[in-house]
Design a protein around this ligand. Structure first.
Ligand code: SF4
Length: 63
């Protein structure tokens, strides 16, 4: 699984990195940063939860 954040769409709600801290982190403005674009299999469910929780649909997942 690959994951990316559309930085121009992210508005920094922080839901992704609160719900999926193994996959997403925050930059100094509170916007999302992907910790590793290639998601390890044990963190795939967390990545999906974080993506689904984003109110801006700023997270794209490629299975
Ligand atoms: S939940 Fe969405 S808008 Fe909020 S920080 Fe994460 S990617 Fe950005």
């Amino acid at each position: 699984m690959k994951v990316q954040v559309l930085s121009e769409v992210c508005t920094g709600h922080g839901r992704c990195y609160m719900l999926a801290p193994e996959v997403f982190g925050e930059d100094d403005r509170g916007h999302c940063q992907v910790l590793a674009p290639e998601v390890p299999s044990e963190h795939e469910s967390q990545a999906r939860i974080g993506a689904e929780a984003c109110p801006e649909q700023a997270i794209e997942i490629e299975e």
